[in-house]
Write a protein that binds this ligand. Structure first.
Ligand code: HEC
Length: 138
């Protein structure tokens, strides 16, 4: 086989693989969103509300949150350990503590996928590995 032909075939194979991989990733994201939405409805909605806007000055918003747009750890940490320190979200200060929800890393991954891809937020699929990496001494 000539070099040109080998290269041509390689390019075709890589393209086919990519085309098969993309919808699969998209499907994983959609499935994680569905699980995340359900958990959000059970565990978070009472405080952060269905539209993710919270209550300005009391409960911080997740919709358009400047706090975790900067660093994905900031979205994961409160779900793993709770949060009890003053923070500023979208220019507003919050001081009330968030109790630790007491859920698994799998559940946190799905909820984080949901909140970072809802209400106009644009993120990606969050994996259990990313959740595992977040430690208490951030
Ligand atoms: C009892 C009310 C309550 C519940 C339930 C709750 N939170 Fe919170 N959450 C808060 C408060 C209050 C803060 C601010 C904590 C601080 O300033 O130390 C906060 C902070 C956050 C933050 C970081 C700040 C921001 O707006 O980006 C995220 C992310 C978050 N919560 C996600 C969640 C998720 C996901 C759930 C469900 C698993 C949840 N919270 C459940 C009250 C709550």
């Amino acid at each position: 086989m000539t070099y040109k032909r080998t290269r041509f075939i390689s390019v075709i194979l890589i393209t086919i693989n990519l085309l098969a991989w993309l919808p699969q990733q998209d499907k994983k994201l959609q499935e994680s969103m569905v699980r995340g939405k359900e958990l959000y409805g059970e565990l978070c909605i009472t405080c952060h509300l269905a539209d993710g806007k919270g209550t300005p000055g009391t409960i911080p918003p997740l919709a358009g949150s400047s706090y975790f747009a900067k660093k994905i750890t900031n979205a994961i940490y409160p779900q793993k350990f709770g949060l009890n320190e003053p923070i500023v979200v979208n220019g507003v200060k919050y001081t009330a503590p968030m109790p630790p929800p007491g859920i698994s890393d799998e559940e946190i991954a799905d909820i984080t996928t949901y909140i970072t891809n809802s209400w106009g937020n644009k993120g990606k699929l969050i994996t259990v590995k990313e959740v595992q990496k977040v430690a208490i001494n951030k």
